[in-house]
Design a binder for this molecule. Sequence first.
Ligand SMILES: Nc1ncnc2c1ncn2[C@@H]1O[C@H](COP(=O)(O)OP(=O)(O)OP(=O)(O)O)[C@@H](O)[C@H]1O
Length: 238
Amino acid sequence: MLRTEKLNAGYRELHILFDVDATIEDNKITTVVGPNGSGKSTFLKSVFGLTTVYSGKVLFRSEDITKVPPHQRTKKGIAYLPQIDNVFANLTVEENLKIAGYTLEKNELKDRIDLALDVFPELNKYLKKRAGALSGGERQFLAIATALVRKAELLMLDEPTAQLSPKMAGIIFDKIVELRDRLGLTILLVEQNVTGALEISDNAYLLASGRVIFSGKAEELLEHEKFEELCMGVGIEA
Ligand SMILES: Nc1ncnc2c1ncn2[C@@H]1O[C@H](COP(=O)(O)OP(=O)(O)OP(=O)(O)O)[C@@H](O)[C@H]1O
């Protein structure tokens, strides 16, 4: 579904990603792990068009989208949910869902909201509540629900379980699996909760200092004899 080829990207003159080759397969969960500052979020932002790309390509369904602005990537079915500020805190849950689908015609909007609420029935009782008053987990539900209303096919989530209780993190992981299995979505995940994320993932990438140092099956990475060293950044040459 999505491929990057020799992607070099960063923030103006600050070069962060080096020659990143990645293939994000359809209907799979792919997790990007790596030490703090290794460029995981920058990778998601680059796929969404929020960084400076110096060279290389981003291909979505074989189309070169490297120069396509973010709002058009959204229209193509790519959703990027940053760790914070991923909902409108001052609007109600219902308003957030409606705004997400503002380009849809009325019946379709209703169908998409029904679908989102079917995946996240927990939100039903909060429709009139301000999003800012939701718990961290509920806010993640809402953020993902708005992506469903927007008809996302590739859903990129940046640390969706950050600051959540282990129980709520487990629920979020279960929902992510449901999005893959029930709705056929393709998920690209960045997580600090490495083990939890890899356990639900099909594929994995490990970044260190902006370079891919492992790519393969998630279980291969989980079972790697140097798993902890690799993921904590200990012993990795910068
Ligand atoms: N908007 C920005 N402008 C300039 N530099 C940035 C910006 N965002 C991130 N960086 C820098 O890019 C580098 C990679 O950051 P990034 O957030 O991609 O890493 P990460 O692997 O997601 O880290 P973490 O696990 O700590 O979230 C860091 O050195 C960071 O300071």
